[in-house]
Design a binder for this molecule. Structure first.
Ligand SMILES: NC(=O)c1ccc[n+]([C@@H]2O[C@H](COP(=O)([O-])OP(=O)(O)OC[C@H]3O[C@@H](n4cnc5c(N)ncnc54)[C@H](OP(=O)(O)O)[C@@H]3O)[C@@H](O)[C@H]2O)c1
Length: 290
């Protein structure tokens, strides 16, 4: 594997997550625009937009886009992965590293789809990474879990960590844990937005105007997240530090406890994890049968 500075990256899919990655890669200097090659299913306007905005190379055909790339990033919607993989399989570069961002599509399915050459002979085992970023990639603050297959090398791991690190923080895990990542950090931003909605409404209920309530909620969440990120103290310690006996926070937390707040959040993460497994199983079956 070449040094990261000279790698060429091919994007299969040019949507929201592809753009977040391109923005992260180019704005951090991890890759230069000329090292990035992007193709999609046929939306030429979108390709022109990315070319203008980031100076990347765009192509109508994946055969042209992937002619000289070292890494292919699979950035289509999960339901489009079977068709996209079937399309690129006959000419997929033999020695490229594949990084799939598609939620729920497992490594075995991608390996199976890519290992069939046009002639029908088994190809050497492909190096494949499955990653689960979250929507905060858009502001380069994703919490991403990723797993590598056994064909990947330590150099691949370094490349992937750098690539995914361009849109936030990335953590290597066993593939079996990626459903848990989906239930926790993949769906996690929505839990926080739901909390923000509820807190804003609570502020309006006690007399604040919507603008002021929104401002106070956003800054409160940001400040608390910053305290957690700087590891000022563990969350339970920070909570206890702001909970004076018989004070306002204690009164508020008692109401959350009465509504089984902790159980509700834990159950939400468990159910989202199960749902990720259900959707992944269905998608993988569909992909293998196509
Ligand atoms: N958005 C997130 O925050 C997030 C977080 C975690 C994981 N993901 C995963 O990221 C993937 C992409 O999500 P997204 O939100 O970026 O989707 P999106 O905005 O809908 O973009 C999908 C892209 O895939 C292209 N595409 C579809 N079929 C194709 C094919 N056969 N060959 C080449 N390109 C094809 C589309 O091209 P056309 O426009 O030409 O049809 C489009 O550029 C999904 O699998 C999702 O699970 C997203």
């Amino acid at each position: 594997m070449k040094a990261l500075g000279t790698l060429h990256l091919g994007f299969l899919g040019a949507g929201a997550i592809a753009e977040a990655l391109i923005r992260g890669l180019t704005s951090t200097g991890v890759a230069k625009p000329e090292q990035i090659h992007v193709t999609n299913r046929g939306n030429h306007v979108r390709l022109a937009e990315l070319q203008t905005r980031y100076g990347v190379n765009t192509y109508a055909l994946a055969t042209d886009a992937f002619a000289h790339v070292d890494v292919i990033l699979i950035c289509t919607k999960p339901r489009d992965v079977p068709t996209a993989l079937a399309y690129i399989a006959p000419f997929a570069p033999r020695d490229a590293l594949y990084v799939s961002i598609a939620a729920g599509i497992d490594i075995a399915t991608i390996e199976g789809a890519l290992s069939q050459s046009k002639s029908g002979y088994e190809e050497p085992r492909k190096r494949i990474v499955r990653a689960m970023p979250n929507t905060s990639s858009i502001v380069l603050c994703s919490a991403t879990g990723y797993a590598l297959n056994h064909a990947c090398t330590p150099e691949d791991e370094a490349v992937v960590r750098t690539l995914l690190g361009a849109v936030g923080r990335a953590y290597p895990l066993e593939e079996s844990l990626l459903n848990a990542v989906t239930g926790l950090s993949g769906s996690g931003p929505a839990y926080v937005y739901y909390l923000a909605e509820a807190m804003t409404q609570g502020g309006i209920d006690v007399g604040l105007d919507p603008h002021t309530a929104t401002e106070l909620v956003v800054e409160t969440l940001f400040g608390a997240a910053q305290m957690l990120r700087e590891r000022v103290a563990p969350p339970a310690t920070l909570r206890k530090q702001v909970t004076s006996p018989n004070g306002t926070t204690m009164a508020g937390l008692a109401v959350l406890d009465a509504y089984s707040f902790t159980d509700a959040v834990r159950s939400a993460i468990k159910r989202a994890t199960e749902r990720s497994a259900e959707l992944g199983d269905a998608l993988s079956r569909e992909t293998r049968e196509s």
